[in-house]
Design a protein around this ligand. Structure first.
Ligand code: HEM
Length: 489
């Protein structure tokens, strides 16, 4: 079997291949150049640089991981996620998210299961609907400002990721279910149930692929999972029976129930889908958005001239008194569409530090990757890793790729060296499986920046020679939770 596996890679492009070890030695070298808890989504970028690899390459990591085809170029990525629309590599993905999001989660499902959940929840995420949540988002951000104010008075160093995640958890629960959680000030039961499950996810690259043989952990996952499902199940059942909780306002769950004909005797399959989707939306939404906010604060604290330009945009749109911005936002939510530079800053943070920088697909015997010279390359029997993290760090696609330069996202002239090529910026992925919550994510991030940047100065405080990098913690999060000090301006 070993010989057969290793031979498969003989004529395939990739880094130096060893007849016995396959690509393990290469992986070990790349991994050892990073801190041990660093997210592996950066490996492909480093490997490409070190071995001069091209737009795609193959990796032989059998028997610990499935053989892999890694894509690091926009046009080839679009072949995989749009043209072929390869199915998700569900079995592998469920090993690290299944116990949190459920086996039927929209993120990992394929075929009919995916289609039903995606169609059910799409209405709740239309940009017009999302804009209705602005007043609620503003309320949660004002609570966040109170939390920051307390830290500013104490002048302590705190984990920014935790406080951001708590705020965005509240926003997500409000937008999806219309309920008010209290995660910012207290240990909210709903959030704690998620956190208990997330803490049981594999914390390093290899354990994503290995079977979890700890019976104790299996039992904990089962027990926590049952408690979480019961909690969400109660919320969903209440809505199936009683309908929306606010007059004139449907939340995503209400639209999903209407889509499924609001049948009071809803079948258990549909109920299970609703529970898995609510868990997915709230978890996927709060976790990734909180990290993005952290990366944005960290970048702005290092680039005062960019911060100044963002603040000027906020002054121009919302007046020079930051205290009036909340009411202006509540009354004119569409003003968020004019925050062009703020959006460019968020996009640049997402380019350099995408929280989910890889889309994992299953190659198919009938599907091949076609390169510009007409050659066809197999996608089967490989796990296809569309590595957007590596694509977005390519110097030939993003001039001065390592530089935090938001202005590139405002360039419209294709001749300009900073012009962002088509489909090259892809932190939300593209195609039918692109992020469902993209418009909500960007809206809430813009509002948070408007309401915080003019009131506070942010300073990231890594000590003892450490620095910010992305760690693997279900998604890619800032190392040490982004130690931060804030001051009142
Ligand atoms: C900055 C924040 C966010 C980022 C960077 C992000 C990124 C992504 C990416 C890359 C995918 C594709 C994953 C894959 O191909 O395996 C995805 C899928 C998804 N995201 Fe997001 N996301 C964000 C926020 C949100 C929010 C706020 C929600 C909902 C409230 C959400 C819900 C989803 C769902 C449901 C999917 C699965 C879509 C499908 O498979 O049809 N995300 N997200």
């Amino acid at each position: 079997r070993l010989v057969q596996q290793r031979r498969m890679f003989r004529n395939l492009p990739g880094p130096p291949h060893h007849a016995i070890w396959g690509h393990f030695l290469v992986m070990r070298d790349i991994a050892s150049s990073l801190p041990p808890d660093a997210t592996p989504q950066l490996f492909a970028h480093l490997m490409r640089e070190r071995y001069g690899l091209g737009d795609f390459f193959y990796l032989d990591l059998w028997p610990l991981a499935p053989p892999q085809l890694v894509i690091v170029q926009p046009e080839l990525a679009m072949q995989v996620v749009q043209k072929m629309n390869l199915p998700k590599e569900s079995a592998v993905m469920r090993k690290w998210t299944g116990h949190i999001l459920g086996e039927k989660s929209m993120v990992t499902a394929n075929g009919h299961d995916w289609l039903v959940s995606r169609k059910s929840f799409t209405p709740g995420f239309q940009p017009r609907k999302v804009l209705q949540h602005v007043p609620g988002i503003v309320d949660d951000v004002l609570d966040f400002c109170d939390v920051l104010r307390d830290h500013a008075v104490k002048q302590d160093i705190f984990g920014m990721e935790d406080v951001c995640a708590r705020m965005i958890f509240n926003i997500s629960a409000r937008a999806i279910l219309g309920i008010k959680c209290n995660a910012q000030r207290n240990d909210d039961e709903f959030l704690e149930l998620f956190r208990a499950q997330a803490s049981l996810a594999p914390q390093d690259f290899w354990s994503r692929y290995l079977y979890d043989i700890s019976l104790r952990r299996q039992y904990q996952k089962w027990k926590n999972g049952r408690a979480l499902d019961r909690y969400v199940g109660r919320l969903v059942d209440d809505r199936i029976i009683n309908g929306p909780i606010e007059k004139n306002m449907n939340h995503a769950i209400d639209d999903a129930i209407s889509f499924n004909n609001r049948n009071k005797n809803m079948d258990t399959g549909t109920r299970d889908m609703l529970i898995a989707s609510v868990k997915t939306l709230i978890f996927a939404g709060h976790d990734t958005s909180a990290s993005t906010l952290c990366y944005t604060y960290a970048a702005l604290s290092k680039h005062p001239h960019i911060l100044q330009r963002v603040r000027e945009e906020h002054d121009t749109l919302f007046g020079s008194d930051p205290a009036t911005a909340a009411s202006t936002l509540r009354e004119h939510p569409h003003l968020t569409n004019n925050l062009h530079y703020t959006l460019a800053v968020i996009k640049e943070a997402l380019r350099l530090w995408p929280p989910t920088g890889v889309s994992l697909r299953a190659g198919q015997p009938t599907q091949t990757l076609k390169t510009a010279d007409g050659t066809q390359w197999p996608t089967y029997p490989f796990a296809v890793l569309v590595n957007n993290c590596a694509t977005m760090r390519r110097e030939d696609l993003f001039k001065d790729a390592e530089r935090f330069y938001p202005e590139r996202h405002l360039v419209t002239d294709p001749q300009d060296p900073y012009f962002v090529p088509k489909d090259a910026w892809r932190p939300f992925e593209k195609g039918p499986r692109a992020c469902l919550g993209q418009s909500l994510a960007l809206l809430q991030l813009k509002i948070i920046l408007v309401l915080t940047l003019r009131g506070f100065d942010f300073e990231t405080v890594y000590e003892d020679g450490s620095f910010m990098y992305q760690v693997l913690d279900v998604t890619a999060k800032p190392s040490q939770g982004l130690p931060t000090r804030v001051s009142l301006r």
